[in-house]
Design a protein. Structure first.
Length: 259
């Protein structure tokens, strides 16, 4: 039986008739779509494709999720959003943003650096903090006084008369030493306020290179003289001040190093 005969036999059977009917329907639908597209008409609602169901995004590459997150899609390429994000990042503190009431670095070196740049008030404030922590450091107190004198000279204000509060002198002749002092009650009261107690007036002779106390005598009057000897070859400094029960020393007056 030839090909045409076989097709005729299939077309006359029930299954063949159903297949031809289905093929005719599909052909009509396909022809309608072609004509709709040719005439520029949208397809009927029933013929529109349904959106594909959402699929789970899997990590790609090195485990980084390639799908856009909510944060990324919220900002996107919006320049306004990027500006807000940049503004929300805290900038690193600068010297201008630090409060001028307290220096970020409170050391003697920083105080000397500020003084060399003419910032005397800031340098003196550091010395105040250092002396609050170390009230018995005579070198610190001497540097503060010298710095205060520099500040007064730079501002054109005449320096205060320090002899009105306290005076101490040191004379050396070979091994012999002579110390003279004179202190006012105003100076004593000021030192007591800083010490926090009455204290006793004490004279000290100190080696400036090591801050070692070579000689000290306490319970002294407001004015007096002391004579003695010392085998120290280097320079010495005489200091008069108040000493507390815990040996905290608040200088009232002191000499520069004397050889």
């Amino acid at each position: 039986m030839g090909l045409i005969g076989r097709l005729r036999r299939i077309a006359e059977s029930d299954r063949g008739k159903q297949a031809l009917s289905a093929a005719r329907s599909l052909a009509e639908v396909a022809l309608d779509r072609v004509l709709d597209r040719a005439e520029g008409r949208p397809p009927p609602p029933a013929a529109r494709p349904h959106p594909a169901p959402p699929t789970e995004q899997r990590p790609t590459g090195r485990g980084v999720d390639a799908s856009p997150t909510q944060e990324n899609t919220a900002t996107g390429d919006d320049p306004t959003a990027r500006a807000k994000d940049a503004a929300s990042i805290d900038a690193a503190p600068t010297l201008e943003s630090v409060s001028p009431l307290r220096e970020p670095i409170r050391t003697r070196t920083m105080a000397q650096l500020l003084a060399s740049q003419g910032h005397f008030d800031r340098a003196l404030a550091i010395y105040d903090d250092l002396l609050r922590d170390h009230p018995g450091d005579g070198d610190l107190r001497q540097e503060q006084r010298e710095l205060r004198g520099r500040a007064e000279r730079a501002s054109g204000v005449p320096p205060e008369d320090t002899e009105s509060d306290g005076l101490v002198t040191l004379r050396r002749r070979e091994r012999e030493l002579e110390v003279r002092w004179q202190v006012t009650m105003d100076a004593i009261e000021s030192a007591r306020a800083e010490l926090g107690e009455d204290g006793l007036l004490e004279m000290r002779i100190v080696d400036p290179s090591s801050s070692r106390i070579v000689e000290h005598h306490g319970g002294l009057p407001l004015e007096g003289t002391w004579k003695g000897t010392s085998d120290t070859a280097g320079p010495l400094r005489a200091t008069i001040g108040l000493v507390g029960k815990d040996r905290t020393f608040v200088p009232v007056a002191e000499t520069p190093p004397v050889r």
